[in-house]
Design a protein around this ligand. Structure first.
Ligand code: DQA
Length: 143
């Protein structure tokens, strides 16, 4: 099984940005943690990160017929991007939405998620373990 893990804007700043919400693990720590989990589960993962909305659309489109699942944290584009929602709907690849912080316990504008409607699972507020939960869900249901 092959899973594409996509991170959106400012997630490259993990470990530096707002540690009260996002913890002290760096982006590289996150990738190492996901890679170790994927190796243990004997699946393949690839990583993409961008601060640009169109890049995220391109990454999602690149998963068409190439990946069995997507795990995506669209960052702030979660709350604004119809283009990212449409991209997930276009490719028909099972997609899990992940948020490190509990978006429902923060500002009201974070409670809206456009992408959620196209996702098979949303994990929010479980820290970086949320990515591993999303991977396990895809393995359980789509492997
Ligand atoms: C986030 C939550 C978003 O509201 C925020 O804009 C992010 C990160 C999270 O992982 O908790 O950039 O997606």
């Amino acid at each position: 099984m092959k899973i594409l893990v996509i991170n959106g804007p400012n997630l490259n700043m993990l470990g530096i940005r707002e540690p009260a919400y996002y913890g002290r693990e760096t982006y590289q720590d996150l990738l190492n943690k996901i890679r170790a989990h994927a190796d243990a589960k004997k699946i393949t993962v690839e990583f993409r990160q961008s601060n640009h909305e169109g890049d995220l659309v391109d990454y999602i489109q690149s998963a068409y017929e190439a990946f069995d699942g997507i795990v995506i944290n669209p960052g702030a584009y979660t709350h604004t991007s119809i283009a990212i929602l449409d991209a997930v709907k276009s490719v028909g690849v099972p997609t899990c939405e992940v948020h490190i912080s509990d978006v429902n316990a923060r500002e009201d504008f974070r409670k809206t998620s456009y992408i959620r409607a196209a996702c098979v699972l949303t994990v929010s507020g479980h820290g970086t373990n949320g990515y591993l939960e999303a991977i396990d869900y895809l393995i359980e249901h789509y492997n």
